[in-house]
Design a protein around this ligand. Structure first.
Ligand code: GTP
Ligand code: MG
Length: 269
């Protein structure tokens, strides 16, 4: 038995390195990519397969429902406070009267963000996840039941703010948008690679603050491309409106492709 975590696996480095001389402990080095004291790697893999398998079935239902109507669904992910809701509010103001939209808001607690969205006139459903750190496809399916889903429209799904948990959970979206604000540091794509590896577009937000921080846009983009060479990138300021035209053009292109049924679903990739 492992004397440190108590699990049945005795191999050195079975899920973390027991190297007394090292000052670098890697608890994600095992097959499961994660360590839970007392739980073997094979059991962790079984648990993850079960949970993600169920989630994926719900995601497929959501995707079929949305793509059947030519609706573009976007999963917006980022760390807390990088500007997802602010960007959405500014986007909705600009799309008002031209594109049918619905919004799903995910947060651990409060309906603050859904209230901010509804103030623009757009329909929104708030999902509170409690101790949960991400939305899942089952939750999103229930939210979709409560929203108008007009053909050719856009469903924006704002995930719970964090760069880790939402990465593994397909919600049935057509594309995933990761937002990184310039106050967070240009090394984040390397430190939290999964969320950038699974994204289609990276938006660098709060560009108005660039003169005040040591964030290098080129480095951030290089780092992001190292984990996902297909990642598209845009630079915006949701506050000043700088760069929002590019974002609106991206949305328009993605929506047109969705309506024509040409945008490949994440699940099919
Ligand atoms: N300077 C500046 N501030 C911004 C910008 N976008 C958002 N903010 C501010 O950043 C803070 C957080 O913005 P939110 O839109 O609530 O961020 P969020 O990602 O939705 O946050 P959570 O939902 O809690 O994860 C607010 O004070 C915004 O006014 C921007 O482009 N520039
Ligand atoms: Mg928000």
């Amino acid at each position: 038995m492992c004397t440190i975590c108590g699990c049945g696996d005795t191999k050195l480095g079975h899920h973390h390195k027991h190297d007394e001389d090292s000052d670098h402990l890697h608890f994600g080095a095992g097959e499961a990519g994660v360590s839970v004291p007392g739980v073997s790697q094979s059991r962790l893999i079984r648990l993850e397969t079960d949970i993600l398998g169920k989630n994926n079935a719900y995601a497929d239902q959501n995707r079929a429902r949305l793509s059947g109507k030519g609706i573009l669904a976007l999963n917006l992910v980022s760390s807390p406070g990088s500007g997802k809701t602010t960007l959405l509010v500014e986007t909705l103001k600009r799309l008002a009267g031209t594109v049918p939209v619905s919004v799903v808001e995910g947060d651990q607690q409060t309906s603050n963000d859904a209230d901010r969205i509804r103030a623009t006139g757009a329909p929104a459903v708030q999902i509170n996840t409690g101790k949960g750190c991400h939305l899942d496809a089952h939750m999103v399916g229930h939210a979709l039941d409560k929203l108008p889903l007009d053909g050719g429209g856009i469903v924006f799904i704002e995930n719970v703010g964090n760069l880790v948990c939402p990465a593994g959970f397909d919600l049935g979206e057509a594309a995933r948008v990761v937002i990184l604000s310039v106050t967070e540091g240009d090394d984040k794509p390397l430190k939290y690679p999964d969320i950038f590896a699974n994204a289609d577009l990276m938006i660098l937000n709060k560009s108005d603050l660039l003169p005040h921080v040591d964030f290098r846009v080129e480095t951030a983009v290089d780092n992001a491309k190292r984990v996902n060479r297909k990642l598209q990138t845009l630079q915006v300021s949701a506050r000043t409106g700088d760069g929002l035209d590019g974002w609106l053009r991206w949305l328009d292109g993605a929506r047109t492709m969705r309506m024509a049924g040409r945008m490949p679903d994440l699940a099919a990739e």
